[in-house]
Design a protein around this ligand. Structure first.
Ligand SMILES: Nc1ncnc2c1ncn2[C@@H]1O[C@H](COP(=O)(O)OP(=O)(O)O)[C@@H](O)[C@H]1O
Ligand SMILES: [Mg+2]
Length: 389
């Protein structure tokens, strides 16, 4: 598929002439995206699997549990793709106020992602809040890049200088995004497209929008994370999922080389279809895995609940703590005091009862400031969240 997806413009960066790419506005034309053959069947599978994910979400009594867990899984993985050296356990331990080995500024980066997501969803849900727009992206970017590692990357501001991807300088970069003076126009069109009634199926639209965002590369840093966050927001805005349950970044992480290659091929070969095929396969695979994960987590909880209640160790506060474990799979006495609204001795007793029943395990290896993990639950949840070194 050869089509022109944009134009190259020679710009001078740091004394070097480079060819920056300016993408055409969405939707792709000449020829238009034709949903047929392989792409059609991939779309059907993706739609059907994401539909099953939505249905699974509706069928579990405590959807909040899984939203909580899956949003964190996505936050961790999407950040790891960009070099964040912290794991899901590091995030959960930090949330339980336990110590971790991970550099705090890396955990902070994941927390920032969670803040950016929360902010964006609040804007989109609230009456009079921002729609999918440059202003929303700026607000999300500001939160994403706040703190130690992002503060010098102009948080919340569209870049005012030329950037490049790959290579040590623009001249040997794998990709030079558009010069800064094009950004407001490009983002304006993207915003218009996001809010238009294009007849293309919403999953296709989401794929187009992500790639377009990466090609525009509007910020000095954070474009990958923000562009993937945008997918999550689109899926909810366009009623494919009523909660942010899809951790699509796992697919990008697993097939990272192909992720970059497919994005690049849109520019170099006009290959929108190849990117869309990859994207839809990701949606299909991760949706399917998420459905299975929901089932596995739910079954684990049901089994362990009975185990606990029948163990002879159960206490009322212990039962309450157990019910909060899906949202706090790592706990400390301190966090249990907060969660259960109780005293330290009662919280400690509740934790001990869950340890005696084989549900919680001490994982800090310390005698003070100990941390307890719900290992059986985390075993499933953790899959794919290993740090990329
Ligand atoms: N060849 C390419 N063409 C377009 N986008 C690309 C290409 N290679 C990588 N990307 C995108 O750029 C992202 C990295 O950009 P960056 O601003 O550093 O994001 P983050 O800070 O979130 O680290 C990748 O995750 C990917 O989405
Ligand atoms: Mg980066």
């Amino acid at each position: 598929m050869k089509r022109k997806t944009g134009i190259y413009e020679t710009t001078n960066v740091a004394g070097e002439n480079v060819k920056a790419f300016i993408p055409n506005d969405l939707p792709p034309g000449n020829p238009k995206i034709k949903i047929a053959d392989e792409l059609e069947s991939l779309l059907q599978t993706a739609e059907s699997n994401i539909g099953r994910l939505e249905a699974s979400g509706q069928m579990v009594p405590s959807l909040d549990w899984f939203v909580y867990a899956f949003v964190r899984k996505e936050a961790v993985i999407s950040s790891q793709i960009e070099g964040t050296q912290a794991s899901l356990d590091d995030l959960l331990a930090t949330e339980a106020e336990a110590n971790t080995e991970a550099p705090p500024e890396h955990v902070e980066e994941i927390c920032n992602y969670l803040e950016a997501l929360k902010y964006s969803r609040r804007q989109l849900h609230r009456k009079g809040g921002l729609p999918l727009s440059t202003r929303l992206f700026n607000g999300a970017h500001k939160r994403l890049m706040s703190g130690t590692r992002g503060q010098y990357k102009q948080p919340g501001l569209v870049r005012r200088s030329q950037n490049w991807i790959g290579g040590t300088r623009p001249g040997n970069a794998s990709f030079v995004p558009p010069a800064p003076h094009h950004l407001s126009n490009l983002l304006g069109h993207l915003e218009k497209y996001l809010n238009s009634n294009d007849s293309l199926p919403p999953l296709i639209k989401a794929g187009l929008v992500h790639a377009q965002f990466e090609t525009i590369h509007p910020y000095l840093d954070g474009n990958g994370r923000l562009g993937r966050l945008l997918i999550t927001l689109c899926l909810e805005e366009w009623a494919l999922l009523s909660e942010p349950l899809l951790y699509l970044s796992l697919f990008f992480k697993r097939h990272r080389e192909e992720y970059y290659k497919r994005l690049a091929a849109i520019r170099t070969n006009g290959d929108w279809e190849g990117w869309l095929a990859y994207f839809l396969e990701g949606i299909a695979v991760v949706s399917d895995e998420s459905v299975k994960l929901i089932a596995a987590l739910f079954e684990t909880l049901s089994k362990d609940r009975i185990r606990y209640l029948e163990s002879g160790n159960a206490t009322v506060v212990g039962a309450r703590l157990f019910e909060s474990l899906p949202q706090n799979p790592i706990v400390t006495v301190k966090s249990a005091v907060r969660i259960c609204g109780t005293t330290r001795p009662t919280a400690a007793k509740a934790i001990n009862s869950l340890v005696d029943s084989g549900i919680l395990t001490e994982t800090s290896g310390r005698s003070r400031d100990r941390a307890f993990s719900y290992g059986e639950y985390l075993k499933y949840l953790r899959e794919g969240t290993e740090i990329i070194y």
